[in-house]
Design a protein around this ligand. Structure first.
Ligand code: HEM
Length: 475
């Protein structure tokens, strides 16, 4: 189906056109869950391969599941009902700490940063960093986002039509954005060192998570220990180098690092010392590019499999930008583009699992949760819950039409989390995803080979098994 610019204008006037129905419904790959919770042995086999395969079918149908195994002696609680998520993740936030499993997975690379710290140590870091991420502030970064998108398009145009691993390309493009906006750097040689260190770190994270769940001491080595240690050392060394260079030049540049160097806690007036700065810059670098890269990778996969939606996005981009560079003024008008990204993050949440541990006894959905229970909010399951979504496995961006989106609660759809620890970079990420997707679709066509149906694998972020080979063609 061809979508004309008039159709897009009709959409802008509040009357959506129908893309659905113009091609067969799309049910992209998901997970076939086990019918029952796994035995310890089966769990140990499945979890390191893909933690999502260990989540039983009941979770997609019920609101809460609690397991109390004899070994390890911990209460495990999965919450997937929006009402209960609201009660715990938001209303009981003061009784929750970040999960020790997550802390252990991240400790080597980001230490005790805003992502991993708890209580007062978290609060002051969040207070210092929050102003850096206000909507108005990050609008200033749109030119750098467009520049990185154009750089990626130039690479594709030079290479010409052919099959590429889009996952790698998205990692490179989002890294270019975070390096330019955070470090004021366009040095992609360092960028490639960061990419490879991040890949080495995250690819072994499930081992660290499995060992943490089994409560094995940190000195017990696992098959990924060496890689995780060496890659985190490299990442931190690179960050320390950037800070030292900036201090030496005395510059107060207007990038995120420059702003963080001069930021003060609004209550105490305290700045961050170098250790805390390295922790948080490493956090922003990791959290700020891997996630958006995965959001765009899955979005392009869905658009490659749904040419009608791809055409709809392209027609909208042409109508709004007139073929020019995407600017801050365009972002709010790119409504179809935004809906497609939101639906892609529903089916493939870049952070598929949110985890906590309770510091106070909790009673939830009739279940008793003693202090220290592992409480998990699996966004991947919540976004495909049988009770709360209509035809949950189907790709349908129209779920996010304004009048329909109003009916979606903040705990039924939570790609950025919810409560006080909601993603600090949410607006940055949405802006970046819209700018990059609009630029890419405006310049290139993305095609599916008719075969690749990658399993979504949880490795802190949600990755496609076997990468994301797509055929691309300059327009
Ligand atoms: C599509 C892109 C992104 C997604 C899906 C995403 C998702 C999330 C989620 C789910 C959380 C909450 C985790 C929890 O509750 O345990 C989170 C936290 C966080 N995110 Fe993002 N994120 C994205 C992009 C970004 C960007 C661009 C940045 C920074 C430049 C960023 C920085 C952070 C930080 C610092 C936290 C910790 C906040 C705190 O605990 O106070 N994220 N993110």
């Amino acid at each position: 189906m061809q979508i004309r610019e008039q159709d897009v204008e009709t959409e802008m006037n509040g009357k959506p056109f129908a893309v659905a129905g113009s091609e067969p419904p799309l049910y992209p790959p998901g997970i076939t869950p086990p019918d029952e919770p796994l035995s310890l042995l089966a769990f140990l086999m499945e979890f390191p391969k893909n933690p999502l395969r260990a989540l039983p079918r009941k979770l997609y149908e019920k609101d809460i599941l609690v397991l109390r195994p004899k070994f390890p002696k911990i209460t495990y609680c999965w919450i997937t009902g929006p009402q209960l998520i609201e009660e715990v993740l938001i209303k009981q936030a003061q009784s929750l700490n970040k999960s020790p499993v997550e802390k252990r997975v991240f400790a080597k690379s980001v230490g005790d940063s805003v992502l991993t710290a708890d209580m007062d140590h978290w609060r002051w870091q969040r207070r210092v960093m929050a102003p850096l991420f206000r909507h108005q502030q990050i609008l200033e970064y749109v030119p750098q986002m467009s520049e990185a998108a154009a750089r990626q398009v130039a690479i594709w145009q030079k290479a010409g039509a052919g099959v590429r691993d889009i996952e790698d390309d998205m990692t490179e493009a989002t890294l270019a954005v975070i390096m330019a906006t955070m470090l004021g750097s366009r040095d992609m040689e360092i960028g490639h060192r960061i990419m490879s260190a991040t890949e080495r770190y995250l690819s072994k994270s499930s081992w660290e998570a499995t060992f943490a769940i089994l409560k094995l001491p940190e000195w017990v080595p696992h098959p990924g220990s060496w890689r995780m240690n060496s890659s985190s050392h490299e990442l931190r060394k690179i960050m320390a180098g950037f800070i030292a260079e900036r201090r030496q030049s005395g510059g107060k540049d207007d990038d995120l690092m420059g702003r963080l160097l001069v930021a003060r806690d609004p209550e105490t007036g305290e700045p961050m010392d170098d250790e805390v700065l390295i922790n948080n810059l490493s956090t922003l670098l990791l959290a700020g590019h891997e996630t958006t890269a995965k959001a765009l990778t899955w979005t392009l996969y869905l658009l490659a499999r749904s040419p009608a939606w791809q055409d709809a996005v392209r027609a909208e981009v042409a109508a709004i930008t007139g073929g020019e560079t995407v600017t801050a003024e365009h972002i709010d008008q790119l409504a179809i583009t935004t809906r497609v990204i939101k639906e892609a993050m529903r089916l493939y949440p870049p952070v598929p699992v949110i985890a906590r541990v309770n510091t106070q006894f909790l009673q939830v959905g009739g279940e008793n949760l003693p202090v220290g229970s592992n409480i998990v909010f699996p966004a991947f399951v919540i976004h495909r819950h049988r009770k709360y979504w209509d035809d949950p496995d189907r790709f349908d961006p129209d779920r996010f039409l304004p009048e329909k989106e109003k009916a979606i609660s903040r705990t039924q759809y939570l790609p950025f989390g919810a409560g006080p620890r909601v993603c600090i970079g949410q607006s940055f990420a949405m802006m970046e995803a819209v700018v990059l997707l609009a630029t890419f679709i405006g310049a290139m066509r993305f095609e599916w080979d008719g075969k690749h149906s990658p399993e979504p694998i949880s490795r802190v972020t949600l990755r496609p098994e076997g990468g994301m080979p797509l055929r691309i063609e300059p327009l």
